[in-house]
Design a binder for this molecule. Structure first.
Ligand code: ZN
Length: 322
């Protein structure tokens, strides 16, 4: 009998329509249209067994009989709750969400994301970001220069090992005023997270399973062993405190990891997910397929992978893309 395959899909947020202020390609790429999400879930429930973390041992040991799909979300964004959960319920499906506890604790959208909305509302502006080793400044006149400003900023942040989510409002100025001076900053954006209460409700209903994604979203490979242990245990104990559950799985913030990271992570979790396909499978670096917004471009990339490519091609044909 044929061995059941395992595929893990990765999502972040869901949008009814892409907000015009989302100019940075990575933000756009991390949000799937609601209609596409529903088509994807319908296809998965029609053709595959929808898995939970408990199903992993049988799939990873090669003893599964049916093909299975694990649906995962990173970060715990509000749109997962408001738009995603109703779809999952409708199709009797479920998903695993990896939470950054410090991000959920803060009701405000992280400064690095709110910046995009503030610039959009006030263009043309001179924007500066200054934090530790990272300084970035530009005149942002239109949507195109907005996208290159944000692209450059993110590159600089990662190059100088400045955790993007550590940026605070007073590290950012728009026309000389810090970010907190702009009322639009206080509004919700597509990177606002669900509340603990929302997550707790969806968890209690069996729609969402919970995994870990760090206390602060700092890349784990940037930390010393001691710092990483602190980051992981803080994350785990906050989830235990708020949701009353012990997490056994996690995903790497920004997908960044190395051999040492994996070594520390395995002390805390049974399973760790990467953000790309990884061959051969490893419990501390499990493959995931990012389901992008700009599908025609990324689909080509996704379909290059033999096993994962098959399912992506099937899904793509189900939703009329190829
Ligand atoms: Zn993340």
């Amino acid at each position: 009998m044929k061995q059941g395959s395992l595929i893990t899909l990765m999502f972040h947020g869901i949008v009814e329509k892409m907000p015009d202020y989302c100019r940075y390609y990575a933000t756009r790429d991390c949000h799937i249209r609601l209609s596409d999400f529903e088509k994807m879930i319908r296809y998965c429930t029609d053709h595959y067994r929808i898995l939970g973390i408990d199903d992993l041992p049988v799939y990873l040991s090669g003893n599964a009989k049916e093909d299975g799909v694990l649906i995962t979300f990173d970060d715990g964004l509000e749109s997962l709750y408001t738009l995603g959960v109703p779809v999952l319920k409708k199709y009797n499906a479920r998903a695993t969400v990896f939470l950054t506890s410090g991000w959920i604790d803060n009701p405000l959208e992280p400064s690095v994301f709110a910046l995009e909305r503030v610039i959009y509302e006030h263009m043309p502006v001179t924007a500066t970001v200054s934090v530790k080793d990272c300084f970035w400044e530009a005149d942002v006149r239109d949507k195109k220069s907005m996208s290159s400003f944000l692209d450059g900023l993110w590159t600089k942040l990662l190059k100088t090992k400045t955790p993007p989510l550590s940026l605070q409002d007073d590290h950012i100025t728009i026309n000389g005023k810090t970010l907190d001076h702009f009322p639009v900053r206080m509004q919700k954006g597509c990177w606002s997270t669900a509340s603990w209460q929302m997550l707790s409700q969806a968890y209690a209903e069996g729609i969402l399973e919970i995994g870990a994604h760090g206390a602060t979203h700092i890349p784990w490979s940037w930390l010393s062993d001691e710092e990483l242990e602190r980051e992981l245990s803080e994350n785990r104990s906050r989830i235990l405190q708020k949701l009353g559950m012990e997490v056994v799985s996690c995903s790497y913030p920004h997908g960044l990891r190395n051999e040492n990271t994996k070594h520390v992570v395995q002390k805390y979790f049974k399973y760790a997910f990467a953000n790309v396909p990884v061959v051969p499978p490893d419990h501390m670096e499990l493959s995931r397929l990012h389901v992008p917004y700009h599908r025609p471009n990324s689909l080509k990339w996704l379909t290059q992978y033999r096993r994962q490519g098959d399912i992506v091609r099937k899904m793509a044909s189900a939703i009329g893309l190829v």
